[in-house]
Structure formats: C-alpha cells, structure tokens
Write a protein that binds this ligand. Structure first.
Ligand code: PLP
Ligand code: COI
Length: 355
C-alpha cells in the first residue's frame, strides 16, 4: 500500500514548558489515517494535518463500542536520536484486540513503517526532558452508518500523538490503590485481554468511587471468585513476597502488558525469581501481616514503573515499604527508562530507531 503525505501549512506552537505537559492534552501537527471496506480492504493510507474527523452520527462505534486502541511512546535520547520501544509488540497486540471484536487484521510491518514516518515528520514534538516522551495512540473505530447491532462493514484506523509527562501527577512517588470488591472489569470469555474502550468504560465507576476516597486507581479482582488479583486500571501489577516476585498469570481477562513482559525479562536477567501465577488477595494480606510483603509496583506504557505505597482492602489499609519507593521498583525504573532514553545499553534488542 502507498502512503500519501500531506504536510500542514499551519504548524502549531510547541509547548514551551516541558514540566507542565501532563498526560494526553496536547496533540502534534499530523496524524495517520487509513480506511477499510470489504471490496477494498485497508486502503487510502495517509499522513495528514491533525484535525477533527467527520463521521455519521449513526457510525457503529458510537453505539456499540467497536473500538480498539494501543498506547506506545517515542523517546528522545541526549544526542537527539528518536526511538520507539518494542512497537511491533503493540501492533501484534492490536491485531489480537481487532480479532476479539471482529475488526479486520492489518499489515503490522506496513503500520510500523507508517508510524516511523509519522514520528519522523513530527520529530520536533518529541520532548527533550528525561521522563517525558511522545505518547502514541493508534486506534480503530467502526464507521458504518447503521444502527444494526452487527460488526461494522467500514472502519477507520488512526494514529494520533501527544507530547506527555508522567501519567500520575506525582511522577515516581508511590501511588495509593483501592482493591475493588463490588465492581468487576472482566470475566473469562469476555474481552479483558483486548485493549478496547469498553473495558475502560466498565472501570470508570469504581475508579470514581476510589478517587473520592483519595486513591489513584483500583486493583481488580477476578470476576468469578472475586479473590484472585488481576491488574490495575492502566497497569499490570507485581508484588515482592519474601524473595519471590509474583505477578498474576495471563488468564484471558488481563491485558498482556508489554512493560510487564519487559519487566519480567529484566528481573529474570538479574537472577530474581519471578513467578506468573494465581495470586489470592488473602495471600497478600497474610504476607503483609507477617511482614513478608516487601514491595508492590505497577507496570505500563503510560505509568512506566509505579511503586504502590498503599493498598486498601475492605477496612484494611496496607502501607507497603513504608510508602517509599522500593529497591526493586527503583532499579527496574532506572533500567527500563535507561534503555528507553538511551542511557543504558539495549542488550535485549528492544529499541527501534526512527531517526
Ligand atoms: N493493563 C491495562 C488495563 C492497561 O490499560 C495497560 C496500559 O496499556 C496495561 C495493563 C499495561 O500495558 P503496557 O505495558 O503494554 O502498556
Ligand atoms: C497505556 O499505558 O498506554 C495505556 O493505554 C493506558 C491508558 C489508559 C492511558
């Protein structure tokens, strides 16, 4: 497929203060768009100026939630190189999400090349400060004009990009997490493993309730037994229990995080015992009470490595590692961001250079 390029005639002002970027509020000059319909497959791939899109009010995505998205980042090294972190993993996962909600597969190699071109065109938007990056949001929506509840016969695939700072306002400071016991996010056979908007809509209510009590996000328990730890709103979770690092195994209702996978590989390369298994919330409570729960942290593209300083389960408030950044969390943050921002060697071969 050919990629058409139309550059903007009205470049926007870039943010002058990189300490105030926040997350996902500012958008670059260009975006990628491509369309799908039965007779043409994916077609009309183009990079165009960032602008609102026109769509029928009857577009299927607006009514039945046929939407998939991804989250990835471009980083600027000290010597000005612009690079991506394991982008092929995001496109692979995006096709898995597509399949779950009946959106046609796309050519991952073509999309990676198109993304590299888009980032190259908007390279000046990649912020310079350590800890900041260009957040990249590929997404697909059903666009057929129809109120029939069936899979759409038309789709739009887009990529938009946003220079961003830390996802949590406090940066690497430990976050407070609320263990959710009333609402569930996903169940076996559902779509918890897919990155589709509906999973996030399902989580908003619990998140609002937790926020009212001063918690950043909720920790989901499994939807059947309501006792096995799953993941947090925008990240996977790890617990250091004694000398074992435990993370819930991928059971179909958890997102298979790329940061999770990378963290496991890094920690194993250090010789740590990392186990993917079922983790009963009661085991965490027991470990906490016996002084064995040494650290907890979340992993995610937006959240990077986020130490968890407090976990509230019912009436029990567990202060983890005195609400301080743990040794493993800090070491992992330094290693992962070091690889991403080019301060450490990319020994795993995860970096894809843009320019
Ligand atoms: N779990 C959920 C629900 C998420 O939204 C995210 C963020 O993308 C993650 C986990 C972490 O995934 P990744 O490390 O691929 O960003
Ligand atoms: C990401 O980490 O990229 C995500 O997609 C999480 C999102 C909810 C901000």
């Amino acid at each position: 497929m050919k990629l058409k390029i139309e550059l903007t005639k009205h470049p926007k002002e870039k943010p002058s203060d990189e300490t105030k970027l926040g997350f996902g509020h500012i958008f670059t000059d260009h975006m990628f768009v491509m369309d799908w319909e039965e007779s043409l497959g994916w077609h009309d791939a183009k990079i165009v100026p960032f602008a609102p899109i026109e769509m029928s009010p009857a577009a299927t995505c607006l009514h039945y939630g046929q939407e998939v998205f991804e989250g990835m980042k471009a980083y600027r090294t000290e010597d000005g190189e612009i690079r991506l972190f394991r982008p092929e993993e995001n496109f692979k996962r995006m096709n898995i999400s597509h399949d779950r909600i009946c959106i046609p597969q796309f050519d991952e190699a073509f999309l990676l090349e198109a993304l590299k071109k888009l980032v190259e065109i908007d390279a000046d938007w990649v912020p310079h400060t350590y800890g900041t990056s260009l957040y990249i949001r590929p997404f697909t929506i059903g666009t057929e004009e129809s109120l029939g509840a069936h899979s759409s016969t038309k789709y739009k695939f887009m990529i938009i990009m946003s220079p961003s700072g830390a996802y949590y306002a406090g940066g690497l400071a430990p976050v407070k997490i609320y263990v959710e016991t009333k609402y569930v996010r996903a169940t076996p056979g559902g779509m918890g493993f897919a990155k589709t908007g509906g999973n996030y809509a399902a989580s908003l209510k619990a998140q609002d309730v937790a926020a009212e009590e001063g918690y950043s996000q909720v920790l989901w328990l499994d939807g059947v037994h309501r006792k096995y730890v799953e993941e947090v709103g925008a990240m996977n979770v790890f617990f250091v229990i004694g000398d074992e690092v435990v993370t819930p195994s991928l059971d179909g209702s958890i997102l298979s995080g790329i940061t999770r996978k990378s963290a496991i590989e890094i920690m194993r390369s250090w010789g740590l015992k990392v186990t993917e298994r079922e983790l009963d919330i009661q085991e965490l409570v027991d470990a906490y009470k016996s002084g064995n729960l040494r650290e907890a942290f979340g992993t995610g593209t937006a959240a990077v490595i986020s130490p968890i300083g407090e976990l509230k389960y019912g009436d029990l408030v567990m202060q983890i590692n005195k609400n301080e950044i743990g040794e493993i969390s800090q070491k992992l943050y330094d290693e992962l961001t070091g690889i991403q921002w080019g301060k450490r060697d990319d020994t795993f071969g995860w970096i894809v250079k843009v320019k």
